[in-house]
Design a protein around this ligand. Sequence first.
Ligand code: NAD
Length: 284
Amino acid sequence: MTTPVASSHTAGPALPPLPALLTGQTAIVTGGNSGIGAAVALALAQAGANVAINYVVGDDAANNLAAQLTGLGILAKAYKADVSSEDQVAAMFASVIADFGTVDILVANAGLQRDAAFTQMTLAQWNTVLGINLTGQFLCAREAVKEFLRRGVVPERSRAAGKIICMSSVHQVIPWAGHVNYATSKGGIHMMMESLAQELAPQRIRVNAIAPGAIRTPINTEAWSTQEAYDRLMTLVPYGRIGEPEDIGQVAAWLASDHADYVVGTTIFVDGGMTLYPGFATNG
Ligand code: NAD
């Protein structure tokens, strides 16, 4: 683990978990063995959900997290599948439904970066990022929706037939030089999420997105692991601290619950104000 850099403003002590808003529901969290996905899996389990942890590499991390969540008194199991593979996604959903009975919540979180200056960007880098970040969410959402429609609303579990949370990014609205493939994938998630939400709301399926700002995970270590990088990052974050994976986990648990039952087709930015154009704070 990298030594934390000095910061005057930190997230503070752990918050108490949300009450058991998700008891008896089953969630699939893709990319659930690392960073934001692992924190979402933990928050959903603390809220009472059974959790299927999808991952593609890192068997130990996935199995250890499953064991940790099982210790909370819910069912949890790790499922290895590449979200960009139609066959593997279909097989994973079939296994989860066989093991848990159904799926109530999908958190489509798996994602990665393959950065390059535009003229250096290879087709493989472009296709990998679009294939996992965008097509992967499409494939998982399609399987989840089939199951939601087959099963319908079970009132004692939830007011909705199913909930999908797409993990987007502030880069669905903030352009990002040197990361054209990544920003394009997140812009695509924005329109996919809203179109899906519009199509499926009449079936009582809620589709929403979370757009994280800078969160302390392995995807962006270079942005926070040295003092210089951290201080530079803070010029982009009005709230004056980096986001922690738990900041996203808590929002995801609430958004998946009936406390958010009327939230349909919305992107919730969880970014410490990064999308507030902080460069204008002293330049008006
Ligand atoms: P991370 O690298 O810790 O986690 C990414 C997860 O996705 C890992 O579990 C990885 O194994 C998984 N994954 C990658 N390719 C996969 C595939 N083909 N099939 C299945 N799983 C796959 O990074 P993170 O920061 O936790 O990222 C999670 C999501 O949050 C991503 O969609 C990312 O774009 C988004 N996000 C992160 C930040 C941030 O600052 N960390 C900001 C905005 C958005």
